[in-house]
Ligand binder design. Structure first.
Ligand code: ZN
Length: 488
């Protein structure tokens, strides 16, 4: 049975959906004002694997991943400039043109990473009416107040009735002691209050009418609103990066309790963060490597290009709750490891069965299933696939024999876990089959010429062929039954 770590209970819990056979999952999606970088890849891949695994377990999954395309201001959503509006002004584009441009690129990157599209991908800008209705509910319940055309969530009042800080384990007194005091000009009653609706300044391009002002919704609100709209007042899983746990998800909990009187989410699931050569990722560190730059190797920190599958495999080699540190050395190690597994997978397809196996093949299927059930332990699944690869390799070099049943079981493990659940894409070799056949024929012919030369004691010719092929990376062995050759 699947167990998931719940950030709310801080325990691994057996997963039980609210409605039998169905799972509702909401994951905070990207803000589309720039190219997707490594920080986008990890949640996308983590929740893609969860999505795939839940479907594998037979659940019908509704997976909602939103597009943040309005008034998303970094950090507390209360101050600063709308990134999309700024970009639009700088580039003299319609804001929605900027959104669509980066969204197309985001989808392109996700497809390259073999991340399945979610069931619904709602835009915050398409749900302004719903967000206004949601704010009205919070106002009616008495947990928000209007100030100068903006609406703020009343954190102190909420904290008195419910507890604010459940998810992050913080308490409001500690938070207040580390927050700067209001300067008297502030519209808020308390520095911890966050915006539900913000009045737009005259230069702000993206704004909508509301009962309070011409303005735009606060960032935390869109996820509460769209989660409820598409998954109901109570749903199973809410995911996102650990950086969203506070304040974003904490605020989401407060909003939903204020508006509906109860919490919405059963399991809060968070993936850990990525560092680059031990340093936090960020514009100021100049280590913001976009996915495109990884794919073409164009960032100065990269020694070479890394394929999308290497990035995906690298991320899955770590458990989603541990940190991942990207370095060229680590990526190249992942590349080699992936190559080994891929080679074994290909060899497996061509393995000739023996009547009986002469070695015992462990029950990899159960081992992989148990690893996934244990809070998505993908590194353990990969370790099992490496064990299985060893067996395939010894069958290929003739030191072990495998029955048809064992070969089929190995194929099932790779197809189910490597391809379907971990989502690794392995290029189809069938297009190359003809080229491979021709190349094998050509090398066989050279071997025949070499054999004839040897028979006639023409050592110059036989040595020339052997040395040249060895130089090209071929491994040539003379055996009792003739010549064996392989590349590498
Ligand atoms: Zn969100």
């Amino acid at each position: 049975m699947l167990s998931l770590y719940n950030s709310l209970s801080r325990f691994k819990q057996p997963f039980k959906p609210i409605h039998e056979g169905h799972v509702g999952m909401y994951v905070c999606g990207p803000t589309v004002y720039g190219d997707a970088h490594l920080g986008h890849a990890r949640p996308a891949i983590t929740f893609d694997v969860l999505f795939r695994y839940l479907r594998h377990l037979g659940y019908k999954v509704r997976y909602v991943r939103n597009i943040t395309d309005v008034g998303h201001l970094e950090h507390d959503a209360d101050s600063g400039e709308d990134k999309i509006a700024k970009k639009a002004r700088l580039e003299q584009l319609e804001p929605m043109e900027v959104v669509q441009f980066y969204l197309n690129r985001y989808h392109h990157d996700m497809e390259a990473l073999n991340v399945l599209p979610p069931s619904i991908e709602p835009h915050a800008s398409g749900h302004i009416i719903e967000q206004i209705e949601y704010i009205k509910k919070i106002l009616d319940a008495g947990y928000a107040y209007e100030s100068c055309g903006s609406v703020y969530f009343d954190v102190e009042k909420y904290n008195r009735d419910h507890k604010y800080g459940k998810l992050s384990g913080r308490n409001i007194e500690d938070m207040l002691s580390t927050t700067r005091a209001l300067d008297g000009q502030d519209e808020k009653r308390n520095p911890l209050d966050f915006a539900l609706w913000k009045k737009a300044s005259p230069e702000h391009i993206m704004h909508w009418p509301s009962p309070w002002s011409e303005g735009f919704p606060g960032w935390h609100l869109e996820c509460s609103t769209m989660g409820q709209k598409y998954l109901g007042e109570k749903f199973d899983i809410h995911g996102g990066g650990l950086d969203l746990l506070f304040p974003h998800h904490e605020c989401e909990i407060a909003q939903s309790v204020a508006a509906q009187g109860h919490e919405t989410v059963n399991y809060w699931v968070h993936n850990n963060m990525i560092t680059i050569e031990g340093t936090k990722m960020g514009k100021s560190y100049n280590n913001f490597i976009t996915l495109e730059q990884f794919f073409d190797g164009s960032h100065p920190l990269l020694e070479k290009a890394y394929s999308p599958m290497v990035i995906r495999f690298f991320i899955l080699q770590a458990h989603y709750r541990s940190t991942v540190d990207f370095s060229n050395a680590a990526l190249q190690a992942a590349e080699k490891a992936l190559q080994k597994i891929t080679d074994s997978y290909r060899r497996l397809q061509n393995l000739q069965p023996a009547g009986k196996s002469n070695i015992e093949v462990p029950d990899f299927l159960t081992a992989c299933q148990e690893a996934m059930d244990d809070d998505l332990n993908t590194p353990q699944v990969i370790a099992q696939l490496f064990e299985a690869s060893k067996i395939i390799n010894s069958a290929t070099d003739g030191s072990a024999k495998l029955s048809k049943e064992d070969i089929d079981r190995l194929k099932e493990v790779f197809d189910m876990f490597l391809i379907d659940i971990l989502g690794m894409k392995i290029a189809d070799d069938s297009e190359n089959a003809e080229a491979v056949k021709a190349y094998e024929g050509a090398v066989d012919l050279l071997m025949e010429i070499r054999g004839n030369a040897k028979a006639q004691k023409d050592w110059t010719t036989s040595d020339l062929i052997r040395n040249k092929l060895t130089e090209l990376g071929f491994n040539i062995k003379d055996t009792k039954n003739g010549v064996e050759w392989r590349l590498g």
